[in-house]
Design a protein around this ligand. Structure first.
Ligand code: ITT
Length: 196
């Protein structure tokens, strides 16, 4: 079975990639390589961090490695938290509370936002390929829904549901990461010519 190493320990992201690739693939993640030190995401762009993670894993494992860097870009906050989305506050709950607090006086029409994802596929030789994905929406006033992770409970899609109210398949079909993963599929399949 073809396999891919995903340089992430975020359970939500790992499940999304597994769902997207289907049962014909073995998805290994950072959790299967505990000896590889965590990569410090200190670059000032999504692409810079994605490339740093992917190359570190490709070098350490000797395999092609995939990494994403993603985040939430909020217009009323001049693009914050952006590349710092994972470090905006210590826990997932605190990050959402802080976001709702910063936006408490911002009216609905000015709460536009988007998730962005840059995906990097890197080889031990240093070869690299990038794809990107975006998902437009806005920030709600309170949490809604049970699924997903991160900022999903307050990210409202054009239809009115939050990202947390979608099933995993629905999220995959329209999320920033889903778009970036699908754009990478031809390259991934090229690494595993037997797969469909
Ligand atoms: P890895 O680096 O191990 O992949 P991470 O959680 O640190 O995991 P990032 O550095 O890419 O991931 O940080 C992205 C943060 O942006 C993530 O922790 C969430 O807070 C947020 N985020 C990204 N994609 C999201 C999504 O689909 N739904 C909700 N929040 C998301």
């Amino acid at each position: 079975m073809p396999s891919v190493v995903f340089a992430s320990s975020n359970e939500g992201k790992i499940k999304e990639l597994q769902a997207l690739l289907g049962d014909g693939w073995v998805v290994r993640s950072a959790k299967d390589f505990p000896e590889i030190p965590e990569v410090d995401e200190d670059r000032d762009s999504f692409a810079g961090n994605a490339a740093k993670k992917a190359h570190a894993f490709a070098r350490a494992t000797g395999l092609w490695a995939l990494a994403d860097d993603s985040g939430l870009v909020v217009d009323a906050l001049d693009g914050r938290p952006g590349v710092y989305s994972a470090r905006y506050a210590p826990t997932e709950a605190e990050r959402i509370d802080k976001l709702l607090g910063e936006l408490k006086d911002v009216p609905p029409q000015r709460r536009t936002a988007r998730f962005r994802c840059v995906l990097c596929l890197a080889a031990p030789s240093g070869e690299e390929h990038f794809t990107t994905g975006t998902c437009e929406g806005s920030i709600g006033f309170a949490r809604k829904g049970e699924h997903g992770f991160g900022y999903d409970p307050v990210f409202v899609l054009p239809g009115g549901r939050t990202m947390s109210e979608l099933t995993r398949d629905e999220k995959s079909a329209l999320s920033h990461r889903g778009h970036a993963f699908r754009a990478m599929l031809p390259r991934l399949r090229g690494l595993a010519p037997d797969s469909r």
